[in-house]
Design a protein around this ligand. Structure first.
Ligand code: ADP
Ligand code: ZN
Ligand code: ZN
Length: 758
C-alpha cells in the first residue's frame, strides 16, 4: 500500500487497534462539513464495527475511488482536536518498519509518533515596570514613608530590574497578588502573559550560555569534518563511521558537523544511549548551541515531550539529543543523523516493531536526503563489516586527546591460580595491586562481568565449557524440580544431553554452573582489606530514582576507595583518581547462549579497561579469566579491534550468523504449553516447506531460554538466509498463517537480526 497526498471524497483509515485482523485500511466518507479539512496522517474519530463504537483512526490515504457501495460507507465523525498529525514522511517510515520488522501498521505508526496528543503550553507571566528606574526608586521611598513595605520592596526591586518573573515576585519577594493589583491600578506596573515551552534544561545552564566550548580541531578531527562536509556540499549523502577510543575527540567532531549542517539551514538528530545521556553531555551541547538544541528522554514529563516535538515541528530548534526514539522527532529539514556508541544494544527496540535505530536512521536519511554518521570505540561487527566492504566510509581516531595514555593490561589465568592453591575470587596480582592503591590513596574499580549469565556449565580446573555440537553456543543447565535430574539444553536448536558430573576434558569434578555476586565480592573485600571503603553498584543498590547518579558522584568525590559493580559501572563518568580496574570473570559473558557473546565480551572488556587512567595518573588493568588464549581476551588485552574483528567475522561466516547471513527469530507464546508447542511447530514447518527454491535455514523450534514467564510458555525458532528479502517473505507467509488460523496475533513476534537470544 502506498500513501498519497491528495484530496478526495473518501479516506482510507487505519484503526487504532493493534490486531492482525484489523491491520488494513477501512474506507470512510468525508462529510461535507469536513471537506478540505482532512489530511493524510490526521487522527480522526470514526464509528467502527457492528455497534458503531467511536474509536480513533489515522488517515492513510485520500481518494475519489470508492472501494464499496457508497451508500454502505460510514462518515468520518470528527477530526480529533489537538492530536498530532503524522506527516506523510512518518507514515512512509511506519510502512517501511511494518514491512521490514513485522508488526501491525498501528503499532508502527505509534512508534514513529513519539507524542500522540499536544499538551497545553505553559503560560508564563512577568511583571514589567512602567516607569523608569529613578521614578521607581522615588515611589519606593514614598511607600516606605507610608509603611507600605511590600509595595516598597517590589518598587525597589523593579528599580534594579525592570522585568521580573511573576513567580519570583509572589514567591521569593513574598508579595501578595492584591498588592500587585493595586500597583497595576496605579499605573506603575503591568502583568504580561505569554505562552512558553517547558524547557527540560536547568535554567542555570541556559542563562550561562554563550557559544563556549568550541575547540580548535586537531588535524585528524579536521580531516574527518572536511571529508564529510565536503561531500555534503557537493550533494553527496553518505554513511560514515568514526572509529575512535573514548576521549579521542569524536563528540567534538559531531558538534562541528552539526554546526556545519545547521549553517546550511538543516536540522540534526544526535542519538546517545540513555545511560550515557548525562548532565555533563547535555551541558556540552548547550554551551555550544544554546536554545537551538533540545533533549528527549524517558525522564521528561508528557508536557515537556510534547513541547519539544512542537518546537521541532515549528523549526524552532535545530538539534535534538536523545535515545533511540529521538529519531522520530518531526524535523522538516533533517540534514544529519549521528549515532554515538552505535554498537549499543539499547538501539534495538524490545517491543514490536523490534526495529534497530541504526537501520531506521538509514532509511530515514534516504527519505530525507540526510547523511548518517556512526561513532564507536568498538563498532558493531555489522557496521565494521560494511565499512570494510566500502559501503560505509571509515575514519579512525587513535589517540586520547585528554586523560593520558592507554593503560597497561595484565591477563591473569584463574586455572593457574587454582592449581597453585589460590581459591580466592582475586588473583594474587589483583590483590597486590589493590593493596598498593589503598596505600597510595588512589581508587580501584572492580567489574563483575555477569552479562549474559544463563546457567552455563564450566570446569574450574581447565576452563572447559559445555557447548552445543551443532551451534557453537554454550548449553544451559535445566534442572527438573520433580525428577531431580539436570539436563543441558541448546536454545538455538533444541539439542539436549544429560548434565555431567566430571569434566569431559580433564576429568575434574570441579565442573559446575558459575555463581558469584557483587555482594559476595563486597564481603570478601571487607575481609581481605578491612580498612577499605567500598561502594557497591548493581541492580539492588540502584533501584530507587537517582541512586545511580548518587553512587557515582560519591565515588567521584572520593568517598570510597573501591567501587564494585556490574556492567553499569563501565559507562559514564571519568574518575581521575581511578588507576586500577579489575575485571573478574572476564570470560563469563562469552558463555551467553548467543552468537554475539564474543562481540559483547570484547566491547565490555574494552570499555572497562578504558576506565583506568583517565586523569593524569597512569592506569593498570587486571583481566582475570579461565581462557587467556580466547581471541576476545587476547585482542581486548592488546586493545586491538582489527585483530578481534578479523577472527569474529570468520566465525560468523563459518556459522552463517549476521552479518554473514541475516537471521530472524520467531517467538511464540501461549498460556497452554501444548498449544504453544503445536503452533511453533506448525510455523517452523511452514517456513521450511514453502520456500523450496530459496531454501532458508530453519533452526529449531525449541523452548526459549526462559521457557515460561508469568505462566506464559515461550518457544522459538530461527530462520537464516543471506538475503534479507527472503526473511521478509517468510515473515509475510507466517503472518498470513497466523491470520488464517485466527491465532492471537500478539502470540507471534518477529525479531530480525536479534541482539539477544530467546
Ligand atoms: P569522545 O567523544 O571520543 O569520547 P570527546 O570529544 O569527548 O571524545 O573529547 C575528549 C576530551 O578531549 C574532551 O574533554 C574534549 O573537550 C577534549 N577535546 C576534544 N577535541 C579537542 C581538541 N581539538 N582540542 C582540545 N581538546 C579537545
Ligand atoms: Zn576440566
Ligand atoms: Zn544447538
Amino acid at each position: 500500500m502506498e500513501t498519497k497526498l491528495m484530496t478526495g471524497r473518501f479516506a482510507n483509515i487505519i484503526v487504532d487497534i493493534s490486531h492482525e485482523k484489523v491491520d488494513r485500511t477501512f474506507q470512510y466518507k468525508i462529510p461535507d462539513a469536513l471537506q478540505g479539512k482532512i489530511e493524510v496522517g490526521m487522527a480522526v474519530t470514526i464509528p467502527f464495527g457492528m455497534g458503531n463504537k467511536r474509536i480513533r483512526g489515522y488517515v492513510m490515504e485520500l481518494t475519489d475511488k470508492a472501494e464499496y457501495e457508497i451508500e454502505k460507507l460510514k462518515n468520518i465523525e470528527a477530526v480529533i482536536e489537538g492530536a498530532v498529525t503524522a506527516k506523510s514522511d512518518a507514515v512512509r517510515l511506519a510502512w517501511w518498519m511494518k514491512n521490514n520488522y513485522g508488526a501491525t501498521m498501528i503499532s508502527a505508526l505509534k512508534t514513529v509518533l513519539p507524542v500522540k496528543q499536544k499538551m497545553k503550553q505553559v503560560v508564563k507571566r512577568t511583571l514589567r515596570c512602567l516607569v523608569d528606574a529613578d521614578t521607581a526608586v522615588m515611589h519606593a521611598r514614598e511607600f516606605e514613608a507610608k509603611h507600605q513595605t511590600a509595595k516598597a520592596r517590589l518598587m525597589r526591586e523593579l528599580g534594579i530590574q525592570p522585568v521580573l518573573p511573576y513567580t519570583l515576585v509572589t514567591g521569593k519577594l513574598n508579595i501578595a497578588p492584591q498588592t500587585i493589583q493595586s500597583l497595576v491600578k496605579a499605573g506603575l506596573v503591568k502583568v504580561e502573559a505569554f505562552d512558553t515551552y517547558r524547557n527540560p534544561m536547568p535554567a542555570a545552564v541556559l542563562q550561562g550560555w554563550q557559544n563556549q566550548g568550541k575547540k580548535e580541531l586537531s588535524p585528524n578531527q579536521r580531516a574527518i569534518v572536511e571529508a564529510v562536509t565536503g561531500e555534503y556540499e557537493n550533494g553527496i549523502r553518505g554513511t560514515y563511521l568514526i572509529h575512535g577510543v573514548t576521549g579521542s575527540g569524536k563528540t567534538e567532531v559531531y558538534m562541528a558537523l552539526i554546526e556545519h549542517v545547521i549553517r546550511m539551514g538543516k536540522q540534526a538528530v544526535m542519538l546517545i544511549p540513555e545511560i550515557a545521556l548525562t548532565y555533563q553531555t547535555l551541558l556540552r551541547f548547550y554551551q555550544r548551541f544554546g536554545e537551538r538544541v533540545s533533549v528527549m528522554n524517558s525522564r521528561l514529563s508528557a508536557g515537556e515531550r510534547s513541547d519539544q516535538c512542537e518546537r521541532a515541528r515549528r523549526g524552532e530548534i535545530d538539534i535534538i539529543i536523545g535515545p533511540r526514539s529521538a529519531l522520530f522527532t518531526p524535523f522538516e529539514r533533517l540534514g544529519l543523523v549521528i549515532i554515538d556508541e552505535e554498537h549499543e544494544s539499547s538501539y534495538k527496540s524490545e517491543t514490536m516493531p523490534k526495529y534497530h535505530a541504526r537501520e531506521v536512521a538509514g532509511e530515514l536519511c534516504r527519505m530525507k536526503g540526510a547523511s548518517l554518521v556512526l561513532g564507536s570505540a568498538t563498532p558493531s561487527v555489522e557496521t565494521y563489516d560494511k565499512a570494510k566492504r566500502g559501503e560505509i566510509t571509515l575514519f579512525t581516531l587513535k589517540e586520547r586527546l585528554a586523560g593520558g595514555a592507554l593503560p597497561h593490561v595484565y591477563v591473569e589465568d584463574l586455572r593457574v591460580e587454582l592449581k597453585e592453591g589460590n581459591r580466592s575470587i582475586f588473583s594474587r596480582r589483583l590483590s597486590a595491586l589493590i593493596a598498593d592503591r589503598l596505600k597510595k590513596g588512589e581508587q580501584t574499580m572492580l567489574f563483575l562481568n555477569r552479562r549474559g549469565y544463563a546457567g552455563f556449565v564450566s570446569c574450574r580446573a581447565c576452563g572447559h565449557v559445555m557447548k552445543c555440537p551443532h551451534c557453537d553456543v554454550s548449553l544451559s543447565e535445566h534442572t527438573d524440580q520433580y525428577r531431580k535430574t539436570s539436563r543441558l539444553v541448546c536454545h538455538y536448536c533444541g539439542y539436549e544431553t544429560p548434565n555431567v558430573t566430571l569434566c569431559p576434558k580433564c576429568g575434574s569434578k570441579y565442573i559446575l554452573g558459575f555463581r558469584a555476586g557483587t555482594q559476595q565480592i563486597e564481603e570478601l573485600l571487607h575481609k581481605e582489606f578491612p580498612s577499605a571503603r567500598v561502594l557497591r553498584m548493581d541492580a539492588d543498590t540502584t533501584r530507587t530514582k537517582d541512586s545511580y547518579e548518587k553512587l557515582l558522584s560519591a565515588f567521584a568525590n572520593e568517598e570510597a576507595d573501591i567501587l564494585v559493580g556490574t556492567q553499569m559501572i563501565v559507562k559514564g563518568h571519568d574518575f581521575a583518581k581511578v588507576t586500577l580496574v579489575g575485571i573478574l570473570a572476564a570470560d563469563m559473558s562469552l558463555h551467553a547462549n548467543d552468537f554475539r557473546a564474543g562481540e559483547r565480551t570484547f566491547q565490555l572488556l574494552t570499555q572497562a579497561a578504558g576506565r583506568a587512567g583517565r586523569g593524569v595518573l597512569a592506569g593498570e588493568v587486571v583481566i582475570q579469566t579461565y581462557q587467556p588464549e580466547h581471541y576476545t581476551i587476547v585482542h581486548a588485552a592488546a586493545q586491538d579491534y582489527e585483530g578481534f574483528f578479523d577472527e569474529e567475522i570468520s566465525y560468523r561466516e563459518l556459522m552463517s550468523y549476521p552479518p554473514a547471513a541475516h537471521m530472524m527469530a520467531v517467538l511464540v507464546t501461549a498460556a497452554d504449553e501444548l498449544t504453544g508447542a503445536e503452533h511453533v511447530r506448525e510455523l517452523a514447518d511452514c517456513a521450511r516447506g514453502r520456500f523450496a527454491q530459496e531454501k532458508p535455514a530453519v533452526i529449531g523450534p525449541s523452548s526459549a531460554s526462559v521457557g515460561k514467564i508469568n505462566d506464559v510458555y515461550r518457544f522459538v525458532f530461527y530462520v537464516k538466509h543471506r538475503d534479507y528479502a527472503v526473511l521478509v517473505a517468510v515473515k509475510d507467509v507466517l503472518e498470513q498463517l497466523v491470520n488464517g488460523k485466527q491465532w492471537n496475533s500478539d502470540s507471534v513476534q518477529f525479531d530480525f537480526n536479534p541482539m539477544r537470544s530467546y
